[in-house]
Design a binder for this molecule. Structure first.
Ligand code: ACO
Length: 373
């Protein structure tokens, strides 16, 4: 046996091979830089790229769109379950449950062949936004809005959520954020999905586990905490005092720092202008001003820079989306990356089973119960 290497939190560890994306010299998906993808492609094209390996031509995109649009519906028992869940159920928890339930109804749930996995992935890509919007409206006592077949991923989601068509600027901003959230190599939730399916489990199990991993505030849950932080800071007048005292209390400022990007996250820079544009439209520039002040303090005091969640939280807030929907929106994008990794893992599988560094008591003998003090 080779000498085990231990890196806390698996920092710097190469845990497997992938052709889906790389964070070496800027983030790119299957060779394309995310900056160009947000500029020239819709999220729908990016999802196709991640799942199928190449950007679609016009006919392939049209067929993909038709397949996804046709799958934008939920089994009736899931709608009943949404109504039966406690009112306090968090949207991300409801989504995690929904994906698990969808596995029961998928006709190919147990088929983990390459082609079946891609078909299931396209169905989940279609169903996840429907589930988020339907649960949201059921909780509010509003009628569920059926999906539109003619709209892309971002536009259809906003339509189902609000019951009316969104402005093109809102659709573009959400679409860009979805592209930036779509994939990120061996991040915690993707790794969780790969671990799960490496046991030869199935796609729905992997995605259910991935959503559980995404929930935590050190990962996807951070985009919701970003707005909590800005609201707690109260605005530009108080932002500097607030962040300095939070740092003095050794609190983490959510939306800053990254395990891999130590000098800044390229995605945050791309989304910032959309957050700013949405704030200009909504008249909520004060949160952008407060964000600038917090960024300056974090750079000066901690040498720490924003990650994608920092502008994403602000963008969604300016778009008047409710805070508990932010992490589900992350999931609605990342399903493309999760599924691409699940397919890749199962195409060339080896069980993921690392070792633990034992820190417990030395070997000892059991004392029978009658003689234990
Ligand atoms: N604010 C203040 N201090 C921080 C922050 C932060 N956002 N992030 C890290 N630190 C500090 C830690 O307290 C720690 O300090 P210490 O050594 O004095 O104890 C030190 O920096 C190292 O922290 P680690 O957690 O070991 O660093 P790591 O590289 O593992 O952390 C992580 C990466 C988890 C993202 C971290 O920066 C963090 O908690 N950020 C806030 C949460 C967040 O924004 N998550 C989103 C990630 S990106 C995404 O999901 C799209």
């Amino acid at each position: 046996m080779t000498t085990p290497v231990y890196s806390p939190g698996l920092e710097g560890v190469i845990a497997g091979e992938t052709a889906v994306s790389t964070v070496e010299s800027g983030l790119n998906y299957r060779g394309y830089g995310v900056g160009e993808l947000t500029e020239y492609c819709s999220f729908d094209e990016v999802a196709y790229l991640l799942l199928h390996g190449e950007l679609p031509n016009a006919a392939q995109l049209q067929q993909f769109h038709a397949r996804v649009a046709a799958a934008r519906q939920l089994p009736a028992p899931l709608m009943g379950l949404f109504a039966a869940l406690p009112q306090s159920t968090l949207p991300l928890d409801a989504l995690r449950t929904a994906v698990s339930v969808l596995g029961h109804f998928d006709p190919e749930a147990a088929d983990s062949s390459h082609d079946a996995n891609l078909r299931k992935a396209e169905r989940l890509l279609a169903q996840i936004p429907v589930a988020i919007a339907a649960h949201h409206r059921v909780v509010k006592g509003q009628p569920v809005v059926p999906a539109r077949q003619d709209l892309g991923h971002a536009a259809n989601f906003l339509y189902m959520l609000r019951g009316s068509e969104a402005a093109p600027a809102d659709v573009k901003a959400l679409d860009v954020s979805l592209t930036l959230y779509a994939e990120h190599e061996y991040n915690a939730s993707t790794f969780a999905a790969r671990v799960i399916v490496s046991t030869l489990s199935d796609l729905h199990s992997g995605v259910t586990g991935a959503i559980g991993a995404l929930k935590g505030p050190l990962h996807g849950g951070a985009n919701e905490k970003v707005m909590d932080i800005l609201l707690a800071a109260g605005g530009p007048e108080n932002a500097e005092v607030w962040v300095r005292s939070a740092l003095a209390r050794k609190e983490r400022i959510m939306g800053f720092g990254h395990r891999v990007y130590k000098a800044g996250d390229v995605r945050a820079g791309i989304l910032k202008k959309y957050a700013r544009g949405a704030a200009d439209t909504a008249g909520t520039q004060k949160w952008e001003e407060a964000a600038d002040i917090i960024e300056r303090v974090m750079a000066a005091e901690k040498n720490m820079y924003p990650n994608l969640d920092w502008p994403a939280g602000r963008l969604y807030h300016a778009m008047k989306l409710e805070i508990p929907l932010y992490t589900p929106i992350f999931a609605m994008a990342r399903i493309a990356g999760w599924a691409a990794h699940v397919v890749e893992q199962l195409d060339n599988n080896r069980l993921i089973r690392p070792r633990g560094l034992y820190k417990g008591p030395a070997a000892r003998n059991v004392v029978p119960l009658a003689r234990r003090s």
